[in-house]
Design a protein around this ligand. Sequence first.
Ligand code: GCU
Length: 615
Amino acid sequence: MAWRFLKFCATASFVATLLTGSFARGASGTATAAPIVLTGADRRPAMSLDGDWATIVDPYFSGLFSFHHEEKKNGWFRNYKAKPDDPFPTEYDFGKAAKLTVPGDWNTQRESLMYYEGPVWYEKDFSYDPKPKTHIFLHVGAANYKSWFWVNGEKVCEHEGGFTSFNCEVTQALHAGGNFVVAAADNTRHEDNVPTLETDWWNYGGLTRDVSLIEVPERFIDQYDLHLSRDEDGVIEGWVHVVGAAQGTSVEVQIPELHARASAEIGAEGRTALHFSVKGLERWSPETPKLYKIVLRAGEDSVDELIGFRTIEVHGTDILLNAKPVFLRGVCIHAEAPYRTGRAYSNKDAETLLGWVKELGGNFARLAHYPHAETMLRAADRMGVMLWSENPVYWAVQFDNPKVLAKAEQQLDEEINTSRNHAAIILWSMANETPNTPARTQFISTLASRARSLDSTRLITAALLVRGQGNTKIVDDPLGNVLDVIGTNEYIGWYEGRPDKADTTQWQIAYEKPLIMSEFGGEAKAGLHGSDKERWTEEYQADIYRHQLPMLNRIAQLRGMSPWILMDFRSPNRPLAGIQDEFNRKGLISEQGKKKQAFYVLQKAYKERTVGNPK
Ligand code: GCU
């Protein structure tokens, strides 16, 4: 019980500090470090904090803001060990609070929270024995949308962005034995968020992916990049960054299966370049998703990675995978959990969704409209599914607001620096369906340049809107100038005309670049049958696909397609009672796993290779 008493004191004095405003005395006055990005965090030994957390719903965020709406610097939460004569109000009593499971959105865990948008407090006790000369990070797979964290009453970090992982240093805040972590997650939408107020997906809030404690040595590898050279056959190149190590520290990389080993010394800025030849390397591809065990060492730190090696590039209007033209037979995927619904996070969710892509005869998935969980990326590496990963610059974010650009850049950096070693990811998408304005083009051009500077080994794309004049579709959004691969969305047969309008539609593409039809399709309620002239029936949806495919084949530079969407997903924009019931029904499969007729139309085309060129 001793540690609980300690915790009571820690919290009481912490709250006392808070309430009496004498912040200087408590640790609460310390500024918190920004969270860091760890590449391959899931490859580190970790103590999971997943499971039940005590939770308190706080719609007015009075736990963080005073009644004059000043931020309280370190939040306000009652220690639920408070004694009856405790002078402070005990409303915030985690000991009596209901539980939520982490990871997981709160919307689908508690009916009263399905529509909730606002702050929720989380609390969890845990025992820990910190080792000397180690850094301990609180790893958060994702928290939507803004989040704050305290350990033993000391604020350790805050983060904005609902779909990227981050790591808060907690070394100083932890002590041996009993500890507790408090978090606040707030999914309130704001116009200057990324994404902004309006999206066509459910605003699932909370600690939506895994939470754990990761230990690394005093000098540790935080980021690294290893990839196959495009220009030199059989050469692996990249870099490793080490925190806290002296210039000249040696970094070593080993690929045991290839009997390959290389080493180099880090420079003044903690980073070393790597460049070494290997023999007998089997390249990663959807047909042969070969992954190699990699051991990275620097001082007393080591990371065991699993990395596939391939090249991806553009040549004229072709996309070349391992120097050969490839056609991306894909489909879009939202991070909606099959069967249980809600925010997907688990390996099982990932393997179910990507298993359906493989069953479809697909080799590609567009992960819409935000970075998906690490489990999805690892599964795609293993299963051989190429990926389009997307920064959530969706629709009309505030393109003329420098603060919003900074948020989009932060999320792009987190996405790329976390996920840069996944062979499956071949495309970084900058945006989806943004309005063609000078401010937008400048904003996204800045992001595209930043992505290229962070990672020159992948292709840059975005899903553009198309201009329509009668039966001619024109793709000439100026943003296409800064893309390697043009993505464009169209809904002929659903939002525009009937399915047979596709038969007479011509396409004009203003760029001699590969084109991916990044969205098309229509809605159907699984099990609803009727004529193929009746909207919402499976027959109508299938008819859209039957007319789309020959049209797509007439686009000479089409090099991929990702119809919208693999599985029905929850969205507040889809209220049609008895049909949508707050689900967007463009899925080829219902959220309960029921395949619709359109699934089989597309599957036949993919398996018989009757769509897309080069074959
Ligand atoms: C848009 C958008 C999707 C949306 C889809 C639809 O193109 O990119 O996010 O869900 O169309 O209307 O169903």
